[in-house]
Design a binder for this molecule. Structure first.
Ligand SMILES: C[S@@+](CC[C@H](N)C(=O)[O-])C[C@H]1O[C@@H](n2cnc3c(N)ncnc32)[C@H](O)[C@@H]1O
Length: 209
């Protein structure tokens, strides 16, 4: 999407093969046109969760649980990920897959609009992943920032919107313009050290300081 076809093909080929269940989930997502993280983004989530020894993670946008599984696999042994999904069918499917993956006891799946659900959470989190509706990113961020502990990692997907955000500053779609403003806000936020990486559809990785 963002990289040349040959580079993204290489990135795809060089990854370690997904286990059977993850491959089944990826096939399901593709068949039903459910947008899920590309493998490189999923692996980035797992590596980052491992790097910070994440114990309390949160996610906006479970879909059928692909990214939730990557995060769960990166958690510390007693860790847990709270994940929000508004679509009841996807929420239920994610629950089934994550049980089968053996991480059912590490996930707290909530069938709820994250904009309301995040406000009900208590205590601090050391890892967060935003991947819901792009127009709602600002609202998710407002609700998530106070929940992030010092040193917590915040990951945000699709910040390059298939490359459209790189269009002319004064042109392009409203969506691209909205995402440009959001990216600038995160990348220059006084409480974050952040970087935008061209992984998958563009991923911001930030640390709260
Ligand atoms: C891009 S998909 C998530 C993909 C998932 N993170 C993955 O990579 O496996 C976005 C999901 O967010 C859900 N969603 C949209 N608005 C939401 C909201 N306000 N709160 C929670 N989930 C929401 C959608 O139903 C959709 O399943």
């Amino acid at each position: 999407m963002i990289l040349t076809e040959s580079v993204s093909g290489y990135v795809e080929r060089v990854r370690s093969a997904p286990d059977r269940l993850l491959a089944e989930m990826e096939t399901h997502a593709q068949r039903d046109a459910i947008p899920v993280v590309v493998p490189a983004t999923g692996q980035l989530l797992q590596v980052l969760a491992l790097a910070v020894h994440a114990r309390r993670a949160l996610e906006v946008g479970t879909a059928i649980g692909v990214s939730t599984l990557y995060i769960a696999r990166g958690l510390a042994p007693d860790g847990e990920v709270v994940s929000f999904e508004v679509d009841a069918e996807r929420h239920a499917t994610a629950g089934e897959y994550l049980e089968r993956a053996g991480v059912g006891d590490r996930v707290d799946l909530r069938c709820k609009d994250a904009r309301a659900g995040l406000l009900e959470l208590e205590g601090k989190f050391d890892f967060a992943f935003l991947d819901g509706v792009k127009a709602e990113y600002g609202a998710y961020f407002e609700a998530v920032l106070p929940l992030l502990d010092d040193g917590a990692v915040l990951v945000i997907d699709n910040v390059l919107l298939s490359g459209s955000v790189a269009g002319p500053e004064d042109g392009g779609s409203e969506r691209a313009s909205m995402m440009r403003s959001f990216n600038e806000r995160i990348l220059h936020h006084p409480e974050l050290t952040a970087t935008l990486t061209p992984v998958g559809d563009g991923v911001i990785v930030a640390v709260r300081q």
